[in-house]
Write a protein that binds this ligand. Sequence first.
Ligand SMILES: Cc1ncc(COP(=O)(O)O)c(C=O)c1O
Length: 321
Amino acid sequence: MTSIPRLHFAHLPTPIEELPRLSSLLGGPHLLVKRDDQTGLAFGGNKTRKLEFLVAEAQEQGARMLISAGAVQSNHCRQTAAAAARFGLECTLVLTGDLPSEPSANLLLDQLFGARIVNVANRKDRDRVLQETFDDATQDGRKPYLVPYGGSSPTGALGYAFAMEELINQGVHADWIIFGTSSGGTHAGLVLGQRVFGFKGKVLGISIDESVDWLGRNVSSLASSASEKLGGRIQFTPGDVLANADYCLAGYGVLTGAEREAVRLFAQYEGLLLDPVYTGRAAAGLIDLVRKGYFRQDETVLFWHTGGQPALFAEKYAAHL
Ligand SMILES: Cc1ncc(COP(=O)(O)O)c(C=O)c1O
C-alpha cells in the first residue's frame, strides 16, 4: 500500500458498546453501537476521520486556509473550523440558510473557532458563492484548500476505509452495519474498506436526504476513486452500494415523529445521545427495520454512530424534540 498523507488526532479506536435495553425493548436482534461520536475534535463525529486525511493533503499542498460549505447547523463545518484552528489555518465557511440573530449550537462553535462566515440565503446560489469565495482567497494569496461538502472527496473517504479496518481489528462480529448517509463519503469509505479488508457483513446506509440512485452512483464512484489512493483501482458499481431511502421523505433536517422517537428511545433506554438530523433519522430507520423483522433474531446489528449531537442545542431543533 502506498504511503498516504495522514495526521493523527482522532481518538481511536472508538469503543463498541452493547445496546441491551433497546434490543430487549424492540424484541429484536443483538444491537451494538460504534461510538464515532467520540472521535475527538470539537465534540467528535464522522468528520474527524475524514479530516485526518483532508488536512494532511491541505498541508502537503501548502494551503494556509480551509474553505468549506454546508447548512447553518453543519457538523462538518464545525469540525472543519476546529481542525483549521488546531493546525493554524484560516477558515471560511459558506453556510446556507437563515442565520439566527443569536447563534447557537454548531454555528456558535464555528464562531468560537474563529471561522469567517459567508451566508447564502438560497441553496441555488451556494456553489457559485463557494467558488467566488475560493477564487477571491486565491487571488489574495491566502492559499485556500477546498474541503468538499461533507468532506466527501476520495481523500476524505479514506477515513472510513481505515475505520473498517479498525472495526475488523476490534474482533467484534457484526452481520450488519447501519449508519446515516448523505454526501456519501462515510458510505464510500466503508464499502471500500469492506472490500479491501474483507468485512463479511452487510453495509447498509440509511439515506438522510438523497435517493438510492444518487447514492448508488456517487458512493460507487467515490469508492472507486478512493481505491486508487490505496495503490490499485477497484471498480465499484451502484450494485455494490446498499442504501435505503425510505426515511428521508420529509426532507433534510425536518424532524418527524420517527426521528423524535429514535432520539428519545436511545436517550431513555441507553443514556445515549443521537442528533436530530443524521443519527436520529438513521436510528429511526434501524428501529423501523427491526420492527418489520428485516433482521434475523440471531443476527448482530452494529449502529455506527456518526456524531452530530451539538445540533441538539440548536433552537430550530430543540423546540421539536
Ligand atoms: C452526524 C453526521 N452523520 C452522518 C453524516 C453523513 O455523512 P456523509 O456526509 O459522509 O454521508 C453527517 C454529514 O454531515 C453528519 O454530520
